[in-house]
Design a protein around this ligand. Structure first.
Ligand code: SF4
Length: 435
């Protein structure tokens, strides 16, 4: 249950008409759950497995699950869908089905989640899942399995198994995911992904090769989206990864920080490996908003390089999708105007703007909770990145939403999206000419 859902009515209406906005949401919604496919690979052979997506579920989908009488249903869910997951989990339990929930949200709030499921997986699932199934078979199921509080459940990537892509109806997807790294050492204060599941680690290149081979068995021309938080932290390892990718006929996408722009050899390899786009969190057009955002103030120190970094990466034919967050305590009305100006003056080929969101487990969540600024205790449904969930410093929540909607309108207007795409096409043409 991981599709994107937006509650803000006005944005929903806008989203239906603004092309750049819809494109990315559709892609996210159409990605399969790599977490569940990975658990499937770690399931002993005496279990039968079915993979079901309930993004737009109907009553008959649920009745089918109940009718099939599975021993266990394991959910993977995002914060924005967690209340629905809890409700469905409770319903399945009334039919005698054992439920398990894992993922970022329940890893941050296991005590909350334990009220709605027989069992919670906190942190990494590979080892805990195998232990859990064994305990189930021996009538000894625990209510919490945690790799965060029990180091014997910490997973090492050299023990990886290939996700069971064969469980998917491949025709339903326009992209498949693989994970090459887990976590991120930068530790931004609003980021749940960087450490909630695991500290930063990289997969052995030989393992990634096996996973790609498997994908090519089920799909001969795949588009791959890396399920990484920040792929190119280790440049030496990254270059080996890119040399591997270059051997496959595939286009691919990942998320990174701007340090890729400082390494020409890496950029060359990125281009040779047919990387279509990198998504980079620039976070804000207001340098003050970056002050203190990550552990070493690294992003703050990069601010003056933003525009040249975008140009450098794109000069290699790789599109940059720039992400900006609105709602920092340092933001004022001016920040909205400056963000629009910054984006329009940059050569970014794609843009993603979101509202600052205090996801549980983050430093930002703890800070706003301590300051009494969260708008409710359970605002999970509205953790969509497009709804305001806290009292901003220089706006009322309504003012922040209104300014955000106006910025969306300006940045995702059809002409503006076309202008960005056409600028990038010009960059690509110039690149071909200079070859
Ligand atoms: S760089 Fe990105 S992935 Fe890493 S901590 Fe910051 S927001 Fe999270």
């Amino acid at each position: 249950m991981s599709g994107v859902r937006i509650y803000n009515k006005k944005l929903l209406e806008l989203g239906l008409t603004l092309p750049g906005f819809v494109d990315r949401s559709k892609v996210i919604a159409s990605l399969p759950s790599l977490g569940l496919l990975t658990l499937a690979a770690h399931t002993p052979d005496n279990w039968e497995i079915e993979y079901v997506e309930l993004d737009e579920y109907s009553e008959s989908d649920i009745e089918n699950i109940i009718k099939n009488k599975p021993d266990i249903v394991a959910f993977s869910s995002l914060t924005a869908r967690i209340n629905e997951t809890y409700t469905l989990s409770n319903r399945l339990r009334t039919h005698g089905i054992t439920t398990v929930i894992g993922g970022l949200h329940v890893s941050a709030l296991p005590l909350e989640a334990m009220q709605y499921a027989d069992c919670i997986i906190q942190g990494e699932g590979e080892i805990t899942w195998e232990v859990l199934l064994n305990d189930y078979e021996n009538n000894n199921l625990q209510n919490l399995y945690s790799s965060l509080s029990n180091s014997k459940y910490t997973f090492h990537f050299n023990a990886c198994k290939i996700p069971k892509y064969e469980l998917l109806d491949i025709n339903k997807y326009n992209r498949l995911t693989i994970q090459t790294t887990r976590g991120c050492p930068l530790n931004c204060n609003f980021c749940a992904a960087s450490r909630t599941i695991s500290s930063y680690k990289k997969k052995p290149i030989e393992q990634i090769e096996k996973e790609l081979d498997k994908i090519f068995e089920v799909w001969d021309r795949p588009f791959i989206e890396l399920a990484d938080d920040n792929t190119f932290v280790d440049k030496k390892w990254s270059k080996e990864l890119l040399k591997l990718f270059a051997k496959y006929k595939m286009r691919w996408f990942t998320e990174t920080d701007i340090s890729v722009a400082y390494d020409d050899e890496l950029l060359e390899l990125l281009a040779e490996s047919n990387c279509a786009q990198v998504l980079i969190g620039f976070e804000t057009s207001n340098i003050e908003g970056l002050n203190g955002i990550d552990r070493n103030n690294w992003k703050y120190k990069q601010f003056n390089n933003y525009l040249t970094a975008i140009d450098k990466i794109q000069s290699y034919g790789i599109s940059v999708n720039g992400c900006f967050i609105l709602g920092f305590d340092t933001d004022t009305k001016e920040t909205f105007k400056n963000t629009e100006k910054f984006i329009k003056e940059s050569n970014l080929s794609e843009v993603q703007i979101t509202l600052l969101t205090p996801f549980p487990g983050t430093e930002l969540y703890r800070q706003l909770k301590n300051e009494g600024r969260l708008l409710s205790d359970n605002y999970w449904d509205k953790c969509t990145l497009f709804d305001v969930n806290f009292i901003p410093k220089n706006f009322t929540p309504k003012e922040l939403e209104d300014n955000f909607q106006e910025l969306m309108l300006n940045l995702y207007a059809v002409d503006e999206v076309k202008r960005r795409k056409s600028k990038f096409r010009t960059i690509l043409r110039n690149k071909i000419k200079t070859k």
